[in-house]
Design a protein around this ligand. Structure first.
Ligand code: ADP
Ligand code: MG
Length: 404
């Protein structure tokens, strides 16, 4: 499927989709609408679980959930994407090994984690729809969790701030669904800011919104590559990083995670690390530095430097972290030759998924045209190109939004 989706948060398309959702629910008068965005990481890959820095933006590809609360301790939810209605009873919310993960488990995990955190939850029936491609690394799962958190929340209790809510949703995905993800996805979906990316300190959970420079668009190119970083590969990378941090900490003060290691410290200790562990550490240490450099370059309007940092991140993920793929390389190579493309690199965990591109306004169509023309011939795969403007984090859709 070749398509370009631009966010339709305003105007008729938005109202039409909201209307359809409410119609499906069969209760236009009483229903509430909430939305939660997917995200794309501009730079800072595999740094979150090393307590370092990431720079994602919440994007205008979103999960929408229309719901009516009721008094029963139960959720009945229809996913338009999956054409399926699933139920969950709050009495059944216990962690444990799931045979197969169903999409409702992401909702159940959020409900479970909210209850564990002492937040009152209430049941509802609802319908959800989404413009986020599922399983492409744009965090449809986190968006589903954050939308669910709004629907599940008992409005009589104060809502925790976005970073706290993100941590609760992450706990649900980790402990209940059994996916060992970092905090970035939920954080971006919860705390996104219109026109901004978020510099997130994954140790302290502090964050700072950083403006996307005027005149730049974010384009996401999905490689359509079925191969994604498997759970075992992901877990291997995590333990290699933990081992590296532990070995360095034997000789260096104050090292709790790779976040605490700088280039000089790594080079002093390099010979004591297994070769593969040294390479993983080198990626993480340099990638953290690249995040800070990218924030400074974006603020200074030094787009050439942003381009160099994206290129270095891509190469490091390919050569040092070894999570690249020929499909990701092809996508980046095509983009780099298109006039007006400022920066391009693989985004997400790797092995497949998407690239993120910063593009001067006006060059979007040319990038899409070139990708659609050249990428299938080079890879035999079908790409998709999304214009992904940076949007606000999850929350209710107000009546005013619908008539804008
Ligand atoms: P990603 O978050 O990168 O899109 P994941 O594998 O983490 O990929 O999460 C995808 C899962 O999230 C889906 O398999 C499904 O269980 C759930 N999900 C995402 N979007 C929807 C949706 N619109 N309806 C129902 N479930 C969804
Ligand atoms: Mg996910």
């Amino acid at each position: 499927m070749n398509q370009s989706t631009s966010p339709d948060r305003d105007g008729q398309a938005f109202s039409a989709r909201a209307g359809t959702l409410l119609e499906r629910l069969g209760a236009p008068a009483g229903a509430t609408l909430v939305r939660a965005p997917g995200r794309v990481n501009l730079i800072g890959e595999h740094t979150d679980y090393n307590e370092g820095f990431v720079l994602p933006a919440a994007i205008g590809l979103e999960v929408w959930l229309a719901f009516e609360p009721w008094d029963r301790p139960r959720v009945e939810l229809t996913s338009a994407e999956f054409g399926e209605t699933c139920a969950l009873d709050f009495d059944d919310l216990t962690t444990g090994h799931r045979q197969a993960v169903s999409w409702i488990d992401y909702v159940a995990g959020t409900a479970w984690a909210m209850r564990e955190a002492g937040l009152p939850i209430r049941g509802f029936r609802g319908v959800l729809d989404s413009t986020i491609p599922v399983g492409s690394g744009l965090s449809s799962s986190a968006a589903l969790e954050l939308a669910s958190s709004w629907a599940l929340a008992d409005p009589s209790a104060p809502r925790p701030a976005a970073p706290r809510m993100a941590a609760i949703a992450q706990r649900g995905e980790n402990a209940y669904v059994g996916v060992n993800c970092g905090i970035m996805d939920q954080f971006a979906s919860a705390a996104g800011a219109d026109g901004h990316c978020l510099l997130i300190d994954c140790r302290t959970m502090e964050f700072r919104a950083t403006p996307i420079p005027e005149g730049l668009s974010i384009l996401v190119c999905d490689t359509g590559s079925p191969r994604r970083l498997s759970t075992s590969e992901y877990n291997t990378r995590r333990s290699e990083c933990e081992l590296g941090a532990r070995l360095i900490a034997e000789r260096e003060q104050g090292v709790k995670a790779l976040r605490d290691v700088d280039a000089a410290m790594l080079s002093r200790n390099r010979s004591r690390l297994p070769e593969v562990v040294a390479r993983r550490c080198e990626h993480v240490v340099q990638e953290d530095a690249r995040v800070m450099a990218a924030v400074a370059s974006l603020a200074a309007g030094d787009l050439d430097e942003v381009g160099r940092l994206f290129a270095a991140s891509h190469a490091s993920l390919r050569d040092l972290y070894e999570v690249g793929s020929t499909a990701l390389d092809a996508m980046v190579e095509i983009a780099r030759d298109v006039p007006g493309v400022v920066a391009s690199r693989m985004t997400g965990a790797g092995f497949g998924g998407c690239t993120v591109n910063l593009v001067h306004n006006g060059a979007e169509e040319e990038l899409r045209r070139r990708v659609l023309a050249e990428y299938p011939a080079r890879t035999g795969l079908e790409p998709r190109v999304f214009v992904a403007s940076a949007v606000a984090g999850a929350g209710p859709i107000l009546a005013g939004d619908l008539t804008r």
